[in-house]
Design a protein around this ligand. Structure first.
Ligand code: URA
Length: 231
């Protein structure tokens, strides 16, 4: 939103009065005087008029090394949730950008930036998600072809986008998919007569689970990781 509109929206001042105050140097954006009424203000900029703080919300982006056994939810009466593993001050602010099942482990991303997390998870964006998968039965050569063709999910009436399967040994593989449907990986293996016994997310787009991050630990995303999810 333009700065002059922002000031008139967040104060009792008219549009014209707002422009005047901006021109007089009374408005600061992120601590610096801003005299351009057309300056673009987003929801994570600190804006002050004189001594009055009109908006200050810091954007938070975290990666968590999720252990199996934790629910991807903000609260639950029965199971421990991933929120319990995060700094207490951030818990009320954050939401999850792409859930993992309770039994799954690996990269989980949390943020308070809803537009950003929507870009990360929107099926239309086709962001690659890579998983290490362990199965109950040997992975057949046919599996790779079936996953490239796409698996039809009856309830949603969709065929999954071509997925890449890199076989690691008889019972494990690395799978890259481009949507995040409910239980997608488990359902894809189920469709070829197999069963997933362990599932670990390694990456989402350019964001890879940090090897140095211990199980249950989290860290802020770097600027480059945040910027890799572009509009
Ligand atoms: N697909 C699944 O089946 N489970 C997950 O946790 C993630 C992807």
């Amino acid at each position: 939103m333009r700065l002059d509109r922002f000031i008139s929206k967040h104060t009792p001042h008219s549009h014209q009065a707002s422009r005047l105050m901006i021109a007089r140097g009374l408005v600061r954006v992120n601590g610096k005087v801003e005299q351009d009424p057309r300056a673009d203000i987003d929801r994570f900029m600190a804006v002050t008029l004189g001594e009055v703080l009109l908006q200050q919300q810091t954007a938070h982006y975290l990666m968590l090394h999720k252990p199996a056994g934790y629910l991807s939810a903000t609260s639950d009466p029965v199971h421990p949730t991933v929120m319990e593993l995060l700094p207490a001050s951030l818990r009320p602010l954050l939401h999850i950008g792409g859930r993992l099942d309770r039994s799954s482990s690996g990269l989980l991303i949390l943020t308070n930036d809803g537009l950003w997390s929507r870009r990360l998870t929107e099926p239309g964006k086709k962001i690659a998600k890579t998983y290490r998968v362990t199965t109950a039965r040997p992975i057949t050569p046919e599996t790779r072809h079936r996953f490239v063709e796409g698996i039809y999910f009856t309830p949603e009436h969709i065929t999954t986008s071509p997925a890449q399967l890199e076989q690691l040994d008889d019972y494990s593989a690395r799978l890259t998919i481009y949507e995040g449907r409910y239980h997608q990986v488990k359902r894809m293996f189920h469709a070829v007569g197999n069963h997933v016994t362990a599932l670990h997310r390694e990456s989402m787009g350019e964001i890879r689970l940090d090897d140095t991050l211990e199980l249950a630990a989290s860290r802020p995303l770097t600027k480059a990781e945040v910027a890799s999810v572009d509009g």
